[in-house]
Design a protein around this ligand. Structure first.
Ligand SMILES: [Zn+2]
Length: 300
């Protein structure tokens, strides 16, 4: 069994939110074992702590958003993917705005931040969640499934009716810090030109540009530098999945397979895994900071 990890020292970066378009400063602080990942909105009159836990997810339409009372933090999934990908269990994420900065649209900048800070092993074992039988959620022809297995493996398939994407599949990638850095962390978020105007009408996507997203017109990729991999799209989906699954707050063991997924389906799988794992609703505990804390029953 492996131990929990945090970062060795505080580290910061600045960027803009993909949807809000406003500049944000993000600071990662080391945190005690058992804390988990906790976001803190430091710009509010009274700072609000929002644990990265499934019961704080308030929106999954364009990105995964956490909320507590009136305070929200959006587009958390790429940062969470980087933390989970590198095996970081406990971090306090201070942020002075409502959205994690998009950086280059991938998790690479957050991986860089963690590498700069350094990784610190803590004297407490990491909790592992291992399923004994498959858990599945479906929405029409889209589905997500967790099957028993050692370690964490990810398979993902997308099927977009677009000449530059089409069918792409990632098969059985074993998730380790090394494979995350080499195969997933640089895959960028993507969007279609035809959707951009609709987003603008909704007041979203204001920070989006060819510097932080792959943009497609009806025929091809519009970014001059092209793609980082021919199948960058499915790799980004798998990156999103790693971030979304990290809300479980435990090390997941098994083979996760997703077909045509998105944030909503990922969170549906998280909820179903917790339900199956506990055989009952997740129980809440009072932590020392007074925060509600989700504690999934361990299953061996
Ligand atoms: Zn994403």
């Amino acid at each position: 069994m492996s131990n929990q990890h945090t970062i060795a020292e505080k580290v910061s970066c600045t960027g803009v939110g993909l949807h809000s378009g406003t500049p944000v400063q993000l600071t990662l602080q080391p945190a005690r074992a058992g804390t988990g990942i906790v976001f803190v909105r430091t710009d509010l009159a009274t700072p609000v702590e929002i644990p990265a836990r499934p019961e704080y997810v308030t929106d999954t339409r364009l990105a995964t958003t956490l909320g507590r009372g009136d305070a929200t933090v959006g587009t958390i999934e790429h940062l969470l993917a980087a933390l989970r990908g590198l095996g970081i269990d406990n971090v306090r994420v201070e942020i002075d705005g409502p959205e994690v900065p998009v950086m280059d649209g991938s998790a690479a900048s957050f991986v860089f931040l963690v590498r700069v800070a350094g990784i610190f092993e803590q004297g407490a074992p990491r909790r592992t969640l291992r399923v004994r039988k498959p858990v599945e959620v479906r929405d029409g022809d889209r589905w997500a499934r967790l099957e028993p297995g050692r370690g964490l493996r990810v398979s993902y398939a997308v099927d977009f009716d677009h000449p530059a994407i089409g069918k792409q599949a990632l098969r059985g990638l074993e998730l380790t810090p090394e494979s995350f850095e080499a195969e997933l962390c640089r895959a960028r978020t993507f969007g279609f030109l035809r959707d951009v105007q609709a987003l603008w009408k909704m007041g979203l996507g204001k920070g989006g540009s060819l510097d932080n997203a792959v943009l497609l017109d009806d025929q091809e990729v519009m970014n001059r530098e092209g793609l980082r991999w021919p199948d960058e799209f499915v790799r980004h989906k798998a990156l999103d999945l790693v971030g979304d699954l990290s809300l479980l707050g435990v090390e997941l063991e098994g083979h996760v397979r997703v077909h045509k997924g998105g944030h909503a389906l990922h969170q549906a799988l998280v909820a179903e895994v917790l339900r199956e794992a506990g055989g009952r609703e997740p129980r809440r505990e009072r932590s020392r900071s007074g925060l509600g804390e989700l504690v999934p029953a361990p299953i061996a």
